[in-house]
Design a protein around this ligand. Sequence first.
Ligand code: UDP
Length: 245
Amino acid sequence: MAAESAKKPDALRNVTIQPGFMPYAEGSALVTFGNTKVICTASVEETVPPFLAGKGQGWLTAEYSMLPRSTHTRKRRDREKVDGRTVEIQRLIGRALRPTVDLKKLGERTILIDCDVLQADGGTRTASVTGAMVAVGQAVGKLMQKGKLTASPMGLFVAAISAGIVNGVPTLDLCYQEDVNAEVDINVAMTEDGKFVEVQGTAEHGPFDRAQLDQLLEIAAAGIRELVAMQKRALGAETLKLLGR
Ligand code: UDP
């Protein structure tokens, strides 16, 4: 797309966050990063997994899936078994989002995140994390509004983005074509105060050095600062107030 080829290497693609996209869910957002589109929902269940029963704390977990035609060639639906990539991505989403909620203050309930990819063009896991944050914010806001919680369990905002070195150039928010050609490829999840929650980095064509990694972390951190501002705008003043933010 013309708009995408015009993107500066260290800039985000065109990002949109549409909160409340799935009104039956306690929290939801449709996020788009260029041609990547993901629906994220956060559902609240008044139970915890057996290993946490009676411990007075809550849980947060995530599931990830791609629609069959989210990809150029049809991806079979997961039926009996979930593939390794899906397991890896949903665990990443869960880990990345856990610092956003104080599980003790949440009490014995579970926040279940679902990220469903409508269209994939690179960066679906990082888009999922970024959108799920908004869904969680809405869901927790709803618990506060209903008076189910006295103190807000809202922790730090988290967003995630990919970056890579493409034809020697540090590039933010890779589309599929860039991802395929990248020499180095990283995914970063970071809190709003600039601390890392997860860094995944891989040499795709030959090893990379510390200076290259630092360059990528630098542009990723700048992108994440922009994304956190967008998440907060998407949630809006009323919800942020309910969250004590
Ligand atoms: N992709 C695909 N089919 C798959 C897996 C991935 O077409 O089964 C494409 C899709 O565009 C995806 C990209 O490859 O966004 C990069 O995939 P990766 O596993 O690196 O995860 P992502 O970048 O989406 O987090």
